[in-house]
Design a protein around this ligand. Sequence first.
Ligand code: SF4
Ligand code: SF4
Length: 445
Amino acid sequence: METTQEIVQAVQAAGVTGAGGAGFPTYVKLQAQAEVVIANGAECEPLTHVDKQLMLHHAPEVIAGLRAAMHSTGAARGILGVKGKYKEVIAKLRKALGDATDITIAELGNFYPAGDEQVLVYDVMGRVVPEGGLPIDVGCVVQNIETLYNIDAALHGRPVTEKFITVIGAVRQPVTVKVPIGIRLRDVLALAGGLTTPDPVILDGGAMMGNVVGDLDAPVTKRTKMLLVLPYDHQLSVKRRTPREIFDAHAIAACDQCYMCTDYCPRHAQGHAIQPHKLILLLASGVPLTDAQMAGAMLCCECRTCNYACPVHLSPGDIALNIKRDLVREGMKNPYHRTTEADPYRDYRRVPMTRLINRLDLAKYDVAAPLTAVSTPFTRVELLMRQHIGMPAWPVVKVGDVVKCGDLVGEITKGGLGAPVHASMDGVVVSVSNESIVIEAKEVG
Ligand code: SF4
Ligand code: SF4
C-alpha cells in the first residue's frame, strides 16, 4: 500500500475532483485526518443511475478507492452508504468485501436529499456537522462513489479522462454512458437515441439541483453527472425559466408563513439557523440583505427540498439560494458557526423519493437507464481549464502538438487549489486559450 503522500500525489496528479457535482479537488480531502470515510452512494437526485451502476459493475474498484481514502486519512473505518432498496448492489458489495471488517454497509432510506453530505453523516454516524462546517469537523470524510472509482484509477496511473453520465427523461432510450470528457452535450444526448420532445429543456445535474443547459455545444466536464430532458411545458421547465423577480413577487404576495418550507429544510433539521419562511418575510419587509437573519441563507445547501414542501407551490428554495449567491458575490462570510443538535422530529419530516417524483411529475421518466457501452467514435473534445473549485488550470500545450489520451494539457500552479486537466483522446491540439483546449482526432504515430 502506498504512503499517504503517494496517494495524495497520485490523486492530485490525476486531476481527481468530486464527481458528485461539487468538483472539489479530492487530494485536499485526502490530506485530512479522519475517523471514518463515508462512500456516498445515496444517489440523491431523482432518476439518476450512475453510482448504483458503478457499485454494481465496479464494486472492487470502488472499494479499493475507499480503502485508499481510509489509508490516506488514517481512518480505521469505511462505510458504504447505499439505499437499502438496492438489494442487488448491496449483494455485490458484500461479495466484494468478503470477510473484511474495516468497511461496513449502511442501508439508507429512500428519501431526498439522502446524499446531502451533512444528511448522510447524520444518518450514518448520528453526528451533526456544525453550521458552516464540513464533515471533517465531526471526524468524517465523505467521497462520492465515482470519485472513489477515480481514486483507484489514479493509483493505477490513469488520470481522469472519462465521465459517467445518466441521460434520461424525454429521450428514446434512457442510458448511463461513459464518455470522454470534453465531447459536446448534444453528442451525449444522441447516445440516448434522440429526444422525444420537439422543444426540450435540459437540466444538467437533475430535477432538484440541476441547471438549465443554455448551449448544447458546451462540453462535458468532470462535474457532468446527469442530463434530464424535459418538455418545454413541463412544470420543472416552466419553474426554471421563471425570472427571479416573479418568484419573489409571488412569494411576497402569497406566502402565508405556514412554516412548512422550514419544517422540511434538511439543514434546519440539523438545528442550523436557516429558515426559508423568514427569508420571505424579510424580503417582503424590504430589510437590507445583510441583516443577520438574511444571512441564514448562507447555510442553504441549495437542495430545493423546501420547494417541494410548499403547499402553494412557491419556490422558497430558489429565493434562499439566490439570496445566498448575492451575499457570496458581495463577499459576505457566513456568520454562523454554532454546534447544534438535530431536531427530534427530523425523521418525521423527510421527503420520500417516490412522492417527490410524483409531485414533480417525473413518474413517467422513472425507468432504468442501464450502463451501456458507447461505440461512437468521437473526433473532437474541448477541455475546459476550469472544471473544478479553485483556480483554473493553465495550458501546457500549443496548437499543433500531438497528444495521447491521458497526457497532461492543463497544469495547476504549485501550491494552488485546483486540478490538472488531461487529454481525453488521441489527437492534435487545434486551439488553446486560457479557457479551454480543443483536440481533434488525427492519426498519432
Ligand atoms: S434549498 Fe430550501 S430546503 Fe434546501 S437548504 Fe436551502 S432553504 Fe433549506
Ligand atoms: S411553505 Fe410556502 S407558504 Fe409556507 S411559509 Fe414557506 S414559502 Fe410560505
